[in-house]
Design a protein around this ligand. Structure first.
Ligand code: F6R
Length: 367
């Protein structure tokens, strides 16, 4: 059942290339665009003219939504609002006809996410569910469904379903851009091509990077606190990396927009605090590097996630986790993988049961 792996979580981390490949396969078969298939009553005309998108989700699924927001706003120029479902449902949100509300839920059974979707639908919004489970409640409560095709996930910590969700958000963003004509055809084809190469990059990274990541985990697994920093698409990666570490290793973590550091969290740093910085290539990379320098001055220990071509980063970070070069907007799908593995090895070195962390349930059917 664990296919030779010591835990379900490790097996599922290694299934992530397949999860992405399956999720995008037929939807990108055309090569020069994206086909989303049958979206129920949500048709192309609605997607082309949609004025606003609102994403509701919990936990890791919320982080997938955050990444999707950058892609949808960046490529398709549709404004996207985000909220955690437990907040959205109780804040009497301004929502109605013409809005597209996207509920992201791996299980399709999370009580708060379902409630947020129902509320939006009652008020006349069009609701799209993104889920990994056929026949789940979310599929029945939505006007249309986009499935991730990650296969059954058993480990309580979401891994392969997360990359599936992020892949679906990229597909949706590209489809919106195609329908709305906001990307040149060549650019669209280029991004589809890059998306199709991601599974290969994930496989390569899992084969090559594991030992190095384990060595980093060995140096830091006794730390009492980890800080995670990122900007733009690096921020949701930082948030997800921090969540993964705290839920399976029970180490306190904080994740911040790197530019917010001076406004408070920098006070947490002392000698040797591990600070994980998402520093993949992007238009804000030089800003991230300045933040890394500020952290170093305080004596903290920087673990950077950087793109393969970036040699210079080694001058700024003690440890570097390398991911393949891709379009910068797609980098989160690669950058999250070493952070999952880092959390995994830290938790295992602390002797913990990563598949069933304390106090957590795989599906949260009560609010
Ligand atoms: C974290 C994790 C949780 C879930 C959250 C939402 O690893 O698994 O944060 O992401 O409980 O669950 P779904 O996606 O089923 O709605």
């Amino acid at each position: 059942e664990k296919g030779g792996y010591e835990t379900f979580m490790l097996k599922e981390i290694h299934e992530q290339a397949d999860a992405v490949a399956e999720t995008i396969a037929d939807r990108t078969a055309r090569g020069d665009g994206v086909d989303l298939g049958d979206l129920g009553t949500i048709d192309d005309a609605f997607l082309r003219d949609v004025r606003r998108i609102i994403v509701v989700a919990c936990g890791t699924s919320y982080h997938a939504g955050l990444i999707g927001r950058y892609a949808i706003e960046g490529w398709a120029r549709v404004p996207v609002e985000m909220d955690v479902a437990s907040e959205y449902r109780y804040r009497n949100p301004v929502v109605g006809p013409g809005d597209l509300v996207i509920g992201i839920s791996q299980s399709g059974e999370t009580a708060d996410t379902l409630a947020a979707m129902r509320l939006a639908r009652e008020r006349g919004a069009t609701v799209l569910a993104i889920t990994n489970v056929m026949g789940s409640q979310a599929t029945r409560d939505a006007d249309g469904v986009l499935f991730t095709r990650a296969g059954l996930e058993i480990g309580v910590a979401a891994t392969k379903t997360f990359v599936g969700q992020v892949a679906v958000m990229y597909l949706l963003a590209l489809r919106l851009a195609e329908l709305r004509g906001t990307l040149a055809p060549e650019r669209l084809a280029e991004l589809v091509g890059e998306l199709k190469r991601l599974p290969h990059h994930i496989t390569e990274m899992l084969d090559a990077g594991d030992e190095e990541i384990r060595a980093i985990a060995e140096r830091h697994y006794k730390a009492e606190f980890f800080l995670y920093l990122g900007r733009h698409i690096g921020l949701p990666v930082a948030l997800e990396g921090a969540l993964k570490l705290k839920e399976i290793s029970y180490i306190a973590t904080d994740a911040y927009a790197a530019g917010e550091m001076k406004h408070g969290p920098i006070a947490l740093l002392d000698d040797d605090t591990p600070v994980v910085c998402v520093a993949t290539d992007s238009p804000v990379l030089d800003k991230v590097v300045s933040n890394i320098q500020e952290v170093r001055v305080r004596g903290a220990h920087v673990i950077a996630v950087a793109s393969a071509g970036n040699e210079e980063i080694r001058e700024h970070a003690e440890e570097v986790l390398t991911v393949a070069e891709t379009d910068w907007m797609l980098a989160p799908l690669l950058a999250v993988v070493p952070l999952q593995l880092l959390s995994y090895h830290v938790a295992r070195l602390r002797g913990l049961n990563v598949d069933q962390p304390r106090n957590l349930a795989k599906t949260v059917t009560v609010e």
